[in-house]
Design a binder for this molecule. Structure first.
Ligand code: PAF
Length: 283
């Protein structure tokens, strides 16, 4: 049975009811769950004796012109998926539960959150770090699992946990893809047929750059140009960034030598913004 908890007090009571030798694995989500999320639940179950998910569409991490209002909220379907996955509890707070009137305290990471999506979505990571730290304070998990598709989010949260000595182990879950390479995302449901048909080009562009790397190319600018050219071959796709960064610090790099590198892409198909990435271990 998946216990449904709606208030901070209910989560605290649930948490206090656990035996001292139990370990808690936590998977924070915004719902609209898909197989990628379920793989994170499985990972949490493999590392902890008790698993809890949260579903909260966090207004603080959406910009004024973003998709907060239309973000999918198929709550009954989500609950059925969590139950089928054997998740022990789910926290479903209302906005007022997490953000009391006049809430004026925020968590800001000032380095890793700067480039890539941070540059395109001002305030986004401030919203993410604030809600994630608050959820950690409420749930008090031993470990938490985040999807590698949001590679920058993983790096920002890892930095926050390190800098603020938050006693939570962060585990990254691998990207789950459709058969044609498209990374699973709750936003894929927005795609019309033609955009959906074009979307696998995002992963193909990452693969093209990887092929060049495998062939010996080490110059970051040339690798990014190779990936970008593949993506720009389809006029439906509007590229926001195609970048090569150090995988941990997200600093810009000029050569792959000496770095675990992140190839990261954000692109629009119509009004839908999709992101994807791959990590290449240092040569
Ligand atoms: O990745 C997400 O779904 C969200 O950014 C998160 C981590 C649940 C915070 O709202």
């Amino acid at each position: 049975m998946t216990e449904i908890l709606r208030t901070i007090a209910e989560v605290r009571a649930w948490r206090q009811g656990l035996a001292a030798d139990q370990t808690v694995g936590f998977v924070p989500t915004m719902g609209a769950l898909h197989a990628g999320h379920i793989s994170l639940m499985e990972l949490a179950k493999g590392h902890a004796t008790v698993t809890i998910a949260s579903i909260f569409v966090n207004p603080l991490q959406f910009g004024p012109n973003e998709d907060l209002a239309k973000y999918p909220r198929p709550i009954e379907k989500d609950l059925a998926l969590l139950k089928a996955a054997g998740v022990d509890a789910v926290f479903l707070p209302a906005v007022e539960e997490l953000y009391p009137t006049g809430a004026s305290t925020f968590v800001v990471e000032e380095s890793v959150s700067g480039p890539l999506c941070g540059a395109m979505r001002p305030g986004h990571f401030r919203g993410v770090t604030t809600v994630v730290l608050k959820l950690f304070n409420i749930v008090q998990p031993h470990l938490a699992v985040f999807g590698q598709k949001d590679a920058q989010q993983c790096a920002v949260i890892e930095r926050m946990v390190r800098d603020l000595a938050v006693p939570v182990e962060i585990i990254r879950g691998p990207i789950v893809r459709e058969a044609d390479g498209l990374a699973l995302s709750s936003r894929n449901v927005y795609l019309g047929a033609e955009d959906r048909a074009a979307a696998p080009l995002i992963f193909a562009s990452l693969q093209a750059a990887k092929a060049a790397f495998d062939g010996g190319e080490r110059d970051a600018t040339r690798l990014a140009a190779i990936g970008l050219a593949v993506l720009e071959s389809d006029p439906r796709i509007k590229v926001q960034y195609w970048d090569v960064r150090d995988a941990q610090s997200l600093d810009a790099i000029s050569t792959m030598d000496g770095h675990d590198a992140l190839f990261a892409v954000a692109a629009y198909l119509g009004a839908t913004r999709l992101i994807d990435n791959i990590v290449l271990p240092r040569p």
